[in-house]
Design a protein around this ligand. Sequence first.
Ligand code: FPP
Ligand code: MG
Length: 340
Amino acid sequence: MDALQQALSNLREPARLAPTHTAARLEDALRFVGSDLAEVEARLRSWSEKGVAPGTDAARHLLLAGGKRVRPLLVLLAARAFGGVSEAALDLAAVAEMVHTATLLHDDVLDDAAERRGVPVARRVYGNAVSVLAGDLLLVRSLEVAQRADAARFPDLLSTLRALVEGEIIQLRGRTRLDPSEETYFRIVEDKTASLFGWAAAAGARTQGASAQAQEALTRFGRHLGVAFQLVDDVIDYEGQGTGKTLFTDLGEGKITLPLILALRDDPSLLPEVERVRAGDADPMTRIAARVRELGTADRVRARARVETEAALAALATLPASPARDLLAKVAEDLTIRVL
Ligand code: FPP
Ligand code: MG
């Protein structure tokens, strides 16, 4: 199966479980960058082989297990919106995916995760230590490539990496110190998800010499899109909609996400039950989730995601019109209405 077919089939699988127009529309964007995406996949395959086993095996285990390739898509579409895809754009698209994969190899250790993308996580196949080191390998490779391809703005990648780490640390703090505030929640989301989306969108445009103003608009686009993406992710954890995804994972992992934050505000009597779950008792989990549903906070979080998407689209509207710009807008729409 070639790279494009793989990416499309990754999208079709969710569509089979929960039909929406999402897959069909993301397909437009994936087709538009089809041959570029194949080049990116070739880079990912080749770069993930460099290093020593079993680190390389664990890196390849996740990197080649599929994924929506949203971050490379942003790099490639942003580059196309400003004229075309250069070797540097292909490199940076691969960097976006490698950094993302590195964070997940670490994250699955932090979260004690069992499965990702329908297969056992690397840490279960190779062990926690190898999963962490595999993430390190990909991270180092990403830095090498980015330094070569984007030397002038290399510090932007470093600050993005710092944000990813800090977001994760703040989130981790929440395991021992309950902090159901929107402020902390949005700080985590901005750092752990939106930062890399913003970097990816701006990086693509930069390879084509886009103006500082245009890069700034794309950073805003990517960041708002990243927030919307994470909000939807956090809703899906509570509503599931028969998608086959494990429900209530976040609560089980000690994460207080917006659907629960809003529910706690509406019904503070939920707090002792949340505390019980955090102390290791899984029993109250079903009732908490049912109450979150009753209170309808998921709908409010989806509405908030919509607001973020609108802000992303407004940033995009400041850029010159082009088919690639329209597809970036479609990607933003698609990711907001997704159910998996
Ligand atoms: C997934 O979140 C995790 C992230 C978006 C970022 C993880 C970042 C780190 C582990 C620190 C930085 C690491 C490097 C290599 C720079 P999630 O657990 O909410 O989502 P999930 O359900 O997909 O696991
Ligand atoms: Mg996780």
